[in-house]
Design a protein around this ligand. Sequence first.
Ligand code: HEM
Length: 380
Amino acid sequence: MTAYSPDNDASSEEDLRSLTDRLRPKQAIIQNDDGEWELLRYRDVSAVALDDKRFSSQVSRFLQIPNGLDGEQHHQFRTLIDRHLSESALTPFLPLFKQVAAELIATLPKHTPIDAVSDIGAVFAVRAQCAWLGWPATLEPQLLQWMRNNHAAARSKDDKQLAQVAQNFDDIIRSVVQPRRSSPHSLADDVTSRLCREHINGRLLTEAELVSILRNWTGGDLSSIALCVGVIVAHLLHHPEQIADLKNANDSELEAVIDEVLRLDNPFSANRRITTCPVTIAGQALPEGARVRLNWISANRDEQVFNNNEFAPHEHRPDNVVYGLGKHVCPGRLLATWQLRIAIKALLQSVNTITLAPQQMLERERPPLGGYHKVPIVLT
Ligand code: HEM
């Protein structure tokens, strides 16, 4: 077990990991510039995630299925969604994910600088998701461009830019949904076609519902997977001594290590809730209608729970909340875990060394994103 501490990389602005590490020992809750209350400690973040009665997920004026729903409505959509993300539904796609990873890794140049986030993580995420959903490979350049625009918009925090990026993504999704909805009796058996044939309360899903579901399966998750690959490769750069062991690790060991690496440096920063009645949380009295943020980055690094943040994959796994907890716990956990394990395994098996590219530095993402913007490496 090695002690792990945030590293000082090239970013001048303090990243969310260092910022919350500094604040958390003194403060359990802070109010951000938007007037939202942000929870920093594991105990409070978990308590709110598990209390979906007093902390509603209906935080947006836009349709968000299932993450913006509560109660019975949430349960109905979650049951439908979980069917597509279960172990038995995903197992047939494992060979496809392995093929995508092997083909990508085989084309990576050796002895030449590449970026683990954009050249490996983003490309793998887009190809694996297209393969899973049955989307054409011709969408790849559009989706990669969208990811770049989405990151830029998130960093800018500019409402107009964010709305434009959201609109562009919905247009991409409509381009795959509309042809399938217009021929409902087609025998096409890809995941998107199957979703288009799903019913809720005895009726077919509407186009708006389908777009919302697919937006949640892809929009944020393409970026999360890409950023996760960056974080894991950065970990290997900092801990080259682990590479030999991980090359020979079995699937479950490798998955435990990946979960622990992501716990320590979670790129998926926070989710929101709104109080349905007056509550007291983290010692703070809040009125009904108060906006609360669950800071997963901070909760996952709470030294009270994670033994001073030693690197301990097996010991910390039961408390790891990278994928959240409670009724809104990530339904894509298995898919993400398998995709990440397959991508990292393919990388490990094809290289002897992974080193930092000469004269380059790791670049942290800027809030509200976590993880790395750039992980420049050389493979041999
Ligand atoms: C490494 C990648 C991922 C991370 C770190 C992640 C993390 C999370 C977290 C923390 C939540 C809880 C949100 C809350 O409590 O409000 C969540 C929810 C969700 N995730 Fe993921 N996720 C990942 C990948 C995926 C994938 C691949 C999919 C689908 C294909 C997915 C679909 C969803 C959906 C639909 C929800 C909302 C669930 C609900 O409200 O019931 N995620 N995710």
